[in-house]
Write a protein that binds this ligand. Structure first.
Ligand SMILES: [Zn+2]
Ligand SMILES: [Zn+2]
Length: 240
């Protein structure tokens, strides 16, 4: 367990709580964080930088103002978690909440960016103490990435499925149209057959006309067959 600074710990010079109070430092307002000097005593950075001459406010041993050491300690907060663990837990929670609410592309991307920022120590997170404790965030990152890949594959399958469905519907429509046309042709044929039979049985003149037509047809077919044969043999001759 890393060294903790209790939430009520104060700097012995300004009497203000570390981390909970801020003050100006090099033109910027930053939290009062604990820093150590050569003698081993600890004060806030602002007080140490302001001390003239540079000697320990408690034991009076001079210190080198350029060699003030920042102490890498975690802030002990009211609910017992240090800030690092707290941030880690917040990440896990926001991811779980995202999953519960059904992750949209946008949410997945936001969570991925947040996790990778954390892992790379950006945005003030992470730092040297990250180490093994970021395993949770690393796991979240990997899981999110896998999830994103699967979502992408699923949606491309869904697109393909929809396209096939559309094509099947078009084909179904064509089959239906063909069936309607076929049915009307059969009806027409049946009607014509009935009409021919009626004419044949009632009207000798028509019968004669039909007979002559049939003979004409037969003759025509015959002639064209002979012509075709002639053409065929002619073709062969030319070919030879
Ligand atoms: Zn101070
Ligand atoms: Zn001292």
């Amino acid at each position: 367990m890393p060294l903790h600074v209790h939430q009520s710990s104060t700097c012995d010079v300004c009497q203000e709580e570390y981390y909970n109070f801020s003050a100006l430092l090099d033109g910027e307002v930053v939290p009062r964080t604990p820093h150590g000097i050569g003698c081993g005593h600890v004060f806030c950075i602002q007080c140490l930088k302001a001390c003239r001459p540079s000697q320990c406010p408690l034991c009076r041993v001079p210190y080198d103002a350029t060699r003030i050491k920042k102490l890498h300690v975690d802030k002990h907060t009211a609910d017992g978690y240090d800030s690092f663990a707290k941030e880690e837990i917040r990440q896990v929670r926001s991811t779980v909440r995202g999953f519960e609410e059904g992750l949209s592309d946008q949410v997945i991307n936001e969570l991925l960016v947040e996790a990778s920022t954390w892992l790379n120590g950006g945005a003030g997170y992470g730092s040297s103490s990250t180490g093994i404790r970021s395993e949770a965030v690393k796991t979240i990152y990997d899981a999110l990435f896998r999830y994103k890949t699967i979502v992408r594959q699923t949606s491309s399958f869904e697109d393909e499925r929809r396209e096939l469905h559309r094509q099947i519907n078009i084909l179904k429509g064509e089959v239906l149209t063909a069936e309607v046309v076929e049915r009307s042709l059969i009806e027409e044929q049946t009607k014509m057959k009935a009409e021919v039979i009626r004419l044949l049985s009632n009207d000798n003149t028509t019968l004669n006309i039909l007979c002559s037509l049939t003979t004409d047809c037969a003759l025509w077919i015959n002639t064209s067959t002979i012509n075709t044969m002639k053409l065929g043999s002619l073709g062969k001759k030319i070919g030879n």
